[in-house]
Design a protein around this ligand. Structure first.
Ligand code: NI
Length: 169
């Protein structure tokens, strides 16, 4: 089932999510729904808080569904290694219509739990690394605008506030 994606300003997007500890059917349904919602958007990643669930869980597929076997599911992720830098244009399904250049490490290794609760590691470079870090930020209540500085950040926030005031957000 496709779930509605919350937008910037919704409480769930600006709060710290809780660790996943129950990998039962409710979580399996949530994961399937998140994958379906991500592909339908379409997007390359989706974090549970974006569908209003305050759990440390994300799904990602930097291939954009060219091969659905590429979909990654990670609960309770932690960065265990990072190196390099990259600065690329980034967007977010919770901030439709906005993009900005965001600086991040160019390679990361994450550890966490797979959808069945067993420990796994994910390694990503370039776009993949950026998606993993972007989704991890969502679990700490942070959106890409929070990583921007000065004018660009103010511009985006001001334009979102204007859209909110006029009921177009
Ligand atoms: Ni996002």
């Amino acid at each position: 089932m496709i779930r509605p994606i919350l937008r910037y300003g919704a409480d769930a997007l600006h709060s710290t999510a809780k660790p996943v500890d129950d990998f039962g059917t409710e979580l399996q349904t949530l994961i399937d729904d998140m994958i379906e919602t991500m592909y339908a958007a379409p997007g390359v990643g989706l974090a549970a808080p974006q569908v209003g669930i305050a759990l440390r869980l994300f799904v990602a597929d930097p291939s954009s569904g060219r091969s659905t076997s590429d979909v990654c599911v990670l609960a309770n992720p932690e960065i265990v290694e990072q190196e390099g830098t990259q600065s690329e244009e980034e967007g977010c399904l919770s901030l439709p219509g906005f993009t900005a250049r965001v600086a991040r490490p160019s390679r990361v290794v994450l550890k966490g739990l797979g959808r069945d609760g067993t420990p796994i590691q994910l390694e990503g470079e370039g776009l993949e690394a950026r998606v993993f870090q972007h989704e991890l930020d969502h679990l700490d209540g942070s959106l890409f605008v929070n990583r921007l500085q000065g004018i660009r950040r103010d511009q985006i926030v001001r334009r979102v506030h204007k859209l909110q005031r006029t009921g177009k957000w």
